[in-house]
Design a protein around this ligand. Structure first.
Ligand SMILES: Cc1cc2nc3c(=O)[nH]c(=O)nc-3n(C[C@H](O)[C@H](O)[C@H](O)COP(=O)(O)OP(=O)(O)OC[C@H]3O[C@@H](n4cnc5c(N)ncnc54)[C@H](O)[C@@H]3O)c2cc1C
Length: 410
């Protein structure tokens, strides 16, 4: 097995960044599917628990709505979410929320069995999977119809907005993310989820996977319509089977298999190293409005060398904290000013900061650029019904939502 990676490090969006004694996750800070990680580690050698500690995030997320109401949403508990939403919003909002989330139970079951847990093959897919993926119901329309309370609407559209999608283009079934979070909870690694990249890199070496860094795939080489090699910047690499985990729009042989999907832009990001009198915040705080601001507080401070016995401290330790702020929407001022306007004024506590604009994520020279194109907007490809296949190629990762004609495994 050979792994081709265009950058000089593995991990994709999963990674971390250090500066002045602070460390931040540069991409994901939690996962709602710890079972996938546990399965991967168990099937490839030692179990995950022997390598990394996965801990539940509690509360999962704080929402502060535009009217100032605060909701701390617990993870992994329907009853807990009912109580929390009722307490914050009142008027039967808790029941309305958990009923909405539970309405995705069937969608989750259908997609898990027929789309996520086995390689996708259009002609073998169950009818119910095909019907669901073909459905034209949008998240925007469903949420507006379901809730009259603007705060519940904002709550239900949080993932679409934070991921950079227009809810008018997002299929209604994407609401199953809330179902998954409510049922399985969200999980993280103390000191940062970015450590996962190093752990996975070591596992690849143990399994003797050949890793070619700095080797961008340019296209697939087809013979008699079947994939036989990957054309890279360093020449062709022969292959019996190719698993494509990158944006297919960049590979001419595959570009035609993707319908009218749109790449999602990365958020504007700011990593903050803070010191002093700081508010005690949960793992993630979503400040609703335009722009929507997301504060992630689980960065590490203190020694970040993994061999250091003290280890890194996560959260606000010794009056220090490493936050990451993500902004979506119209950000017309410095992110610290925008935060202060929403009641989180830490301008006097900043010891260091790293700003990352959407453009810097893509510039070839950026030291820590991270691929974000894997988050294509989940629009329906035109003519979803299978028309063509690309034998020998399986897709993986978050890049191709229901791309026609290609086998997939998530
Ligand atoms: C800021 C941010 C925060 C996020 N937070 C969360 C979170 O908290 N929880 C969560 O579950 N998800 C989160 N996500 C989403 C999550 O990171 C992605 O869903 C996930 O990383 C997608 O994995 P992937 O392997 O499909 O793509 P990527 O992680 O983008 O990996 C693709 C890899 O392919 C490489 N590559 C690209 N093109 C080529 C080529 N032509 N040749 C060779 N290599 C190539 C890239 O360099 C990269 O290493 C976040 C994403 C971002 C950007």
């Amino acid at each position: 097995m050979t792994l081709l990676e265009r950058l000089d490090r593995l991990g994709g969006a999963v990674g971390s960044l250090e500066q002045d004694g602070y460390r931040w996750d540069t991409g994901p800070t939690y996962t709602a599917l710890p079972a996938v990680l546990r399965d991967l580690f168990r099937k490839s050698g030692r179990p995950l628990e022997r390598e990394l500690e996965l801990v539940p995030v509690e509360p999962m997320r704080r929402h502060r709505f535009e009217d100032g109401v605060v909701l701390d949403l617990p993870s992994g508990s329907r009853a807990g979410q009912l109580d929390a939403v009722d307490a914050a919003l009142g008027g039967g909002a808790g029941r309305a929320w958990v009923d909405y989330v539970h309405s995705f139970a069937d969608s989750w079951d259908v997609l898990r069995r027929g789309y996520l847990e086995r390689p996708w093959s259009p002609e073998h897919a169950d009818r119910e999977v095909r019907d669901l993926l073909r459905s034209r119901a949008t998240q925007q329309r469903t949420v507006r119809k379901t809730f009259r309370d603007e705060r519940l609407r904002a709550l239900a559209l949080t993932h679409a907005v934070v991921d950079g999608h227009d809810p008018r283009n997002v299929p209604a079934w994407m609401g199953l993310v809330d179902y998954v979070e409510q049922n399985f909870g969200t999980w993280t690694v103390p000191g940062g989820l970015g450590q996962l990249a190093g752990t996975l890199t070591r596992r690849l070496a143990e399994r003797r996977v050949e890793v070619l860094l700095g080797t961008a795939a340019r296209d697939l080489v087809l013979r008699d319509g079947r994939v036989v090699a990957v054309d890279t910047v360093s020449g062709p690499v022969d292959a019996d089977v190719v698993v494509c985990a990158v944006d297919p729009r960049g590979l001419p042989a595959l570009a035609g298999f993707v319908g009218r999907t749109m790449p999602a832009l990365p958020p504007t990001m700011c990593h903050l190293g803070l010191e002093g009198d700081l508010p005690d915040l949960p793992h993630e705080v979503v400040l609703h409005g335009d722009p929507t601001l997301v504060v992630r507080t689980a960065g590490a401070t203190g020694p970040t060398d993994p061999t250091d016995a003290a280890g890194p401290a996560d959260g606000a330790a010794g009056g220090r904290a490493a936050w990451t702020v993500l902004a979506r929407g119209r950000l017309a001022e410095d992110v610290l000013v925008a935060l202060a306007r929403r009641g989180l004024d830490v301008r006097g506590q900043v010891r260091t900061r790293v700003d990352r604009s959407p453009a810097s994520w893509r510039s070839p020279g950026a030291a820590r650029r991270t691929a974000c194109c894997g988050r294509a907007a989940p629009r329906w490809p035109s003519g979803w019904a299978p028309r063509r296949r690309c034998p020998g190629c399986t897709r993986s990762g978050r890049t191709w939502p229901a791309a026609p004609g290609c086998r997939s495994s998530a």
